[in-house]
Design a protein around this ligand. Structure first.
Ligand code: UGA
Length: 442
């Protein structure tokens, strides 16, 4: 099938390449010329495991191309919208300018094909009610809209796109239009539905939009729940990792997303819970999501806690002290630094006068090309730790988890580490002479 994907960021670029991998003929459209040039050469503009190979294979096979010109969607029957919906400056609400811009640029090029009307598929995370507004515009051009939210995780984006755990189709109320949209999307995802038997849920627009933000809100709540327990453990000398392991054995609770630490970041969870609260307020049901305010505050407090702990360990005065920060991306296996706890903490310690040295295997080289940071970037953890008064592990890259505390014991000025992700073996670090501090553990 001929497909277009509007927006070639973390979501759209991976979606475009994955659709080509399924055998479709795909054009990815983005307004960023530099990004389109890199993608067209079969190279990934960001770090995502497995994406380079997928891109290279499908670009060279001729199934995948990229363009800045919306006219190049001509001939496509299905058009995916995968642009970003960041938090608006000065507000909790989502900034829909990219979605509105993508729709406005696409509409003049919507045309039926021999197989039926054009089908527009929304994948971006949007406030509930957005799809209904877009549907009216698409229908006025003879097309049909379906809302098909994306649940991919960065670091597993390719796997999550080709083998998601479920699919949700938010369909129009008109039965004929709904049938057209369902049939077209079933054809796109034929492999997922028929070969992989992935569950597919048919809903209305509002439910599909809500499923996405409900899922991210639940995940954020789980993380803040365990971080709240970490606060209790800190006040009582208990161990949150043992607490999480113990409650997780209950199937109804489960072990996943119960890792206490510096909290959640990234381009999704933080802004999605805020946009959800903003939308609930518009709908007059803000009380229903009052708990998300707490989820957000608990998350912020984890960053504050690390700053307080670091300041104490530096004798109450960070100024002039050297602090090594291991990690800059918001989680491992990505170079994405949007709302990264690690980067936020690095900036705040730097602003307090510390000499901060940051290292990150993928985000580090990006930071080094940006000139608005006043901290130092080191190529390796060993370089960062050398001469440090305090070391902070804030993103749990395998590379950092595997550090041998005995082998690096002579590098720092002070053998003191804060394990912001609870991933190191306290006994091993203490035996090697380090003062070891974790999150919610004695
Ligand atoms: C998240 C969701 O997990 C995806 O399902 C969703 O599709 C995506 O947002 C999106 O809306 O596009 P992602 O932002 O890639 O995916 O990251 P997560 O793996 O959810 O991690 C988010 C943050 O939570 C990270 O900073 C991570 O370090 C932190 N985290 C995660 C914890 O602090 N503790 C945990 O136990 C788990």
């Amino acid at each position: 099938m001929q497909i277009s994907v509007i927006g070639c960021g973390y979501l759209g670029a991976v979606h475009a390449a994955s659709m080509a991998e399924l055998g479709h003929d795909v054009v990815g459209i983005d307004v960023d010329e530099a990004k389109v040039a890199v993608l067209s050469a079969g190279r990934a503009p960001f770090h995502e495991p497995g994406f380079d190979e997928l891109l290279e294979r499908n670009v060279s096979a001729g199934r995948l191309r990229f363009s800045t010109d919306f006219a190049d969607v001509a001939g496509a029957r299905v058009h995916f919208i995968g642009v970003g919906t960041p938090q608006q400056a000065g507000s909790y609400a989502a900034d829909l300018s990219q979605v509105n811009g993508a729709v406005a640029s696409l509409l003049p090029h919507l045309a039926p094909t021999a197989d039926g009307p054009a089908v527009v598929v929304g994948k971006s995370t949007v406030p509930v009610g957005t799809a209904a507004g877009i549907a009216a515009q698409v229908e006025a051009r003879g097309g049909v809209l379906v809302w098909n939210p994306e649940f991919l995780r960065e670091g597993f984006a390719v796997q999550d796109t080709i083998s998601p755990d479920r699919m949700v189709y938010g369909l129009p109320t008109d039965p004929d239009a709904a049938e057209t949209a369902r049939a077209a999307l079933d054809e796109v995802y034929d492999n997922l539905i028929n070969d992989q038997a992935i569950p597919r849920l048919l809903t209305d627009y509002a439910t599909a939009e809500l499923v996405k933000v409900a899922a991210n809100s639940f995940l954020a709540t789980k993380i803040s729940f365990i971080n709240a327990m970490a606060e209790l453990c800190e006040a009582t000398g208990a161990d949150v990792t043992q607490l999480a392991a113990a409650i997780g054995h209950d199937d109804r609770i489960g072990h996943k997303f119960l890792r206490a630490g510096v909290g959640f970041g990234g381009g999704c969870l933080p802004k999605d819970i805020r946009a959800f609260m903003a939308r609930a307020e518009e709908l007059g049901v803000d009380e229903a999501l009052g708990f998300l305010r707490e989820v957000d505050s608990i998350n912020d407090r984890r960053r504050d806690h690390v700053i307080t702990l670091a300041t104490d360990l530096l004798g109450g005065q960070p100024a002039g002290k050297k602090v090594a920060v291991l990690g800059a991306s918001f989680k491992p296996d990505t170079d994405d630094m949007r709302n990264s706890p690690a980067l936020d903490i690095a900036h705040r310690l730097n602003a307090a006068g510390a000499h901060v040295v940051v290292t990150d295997p993928q985000a580090g080289p990006i930071l080094a090309t940006q000139n608005h940071h006043d901290f130092t970037i080191a190529d390796t953890p060993e370089q960062a730790i050398t001469g440090a008064d305090l070391t902070l592990l804030l993103t749990e890259w395998r590379h950092f988890r595997d550090l041998d505390p005995a082998a690096i014991a002579d590098l720092p000025h002070q053998r003191a580490i804060i394990d912001g992700r609870n991933v190191l073996d306290p006994q091993q670090w203490r035996t090697a002479g380090w003062t070891y501090h974790a999150m919610g553990r004695p």
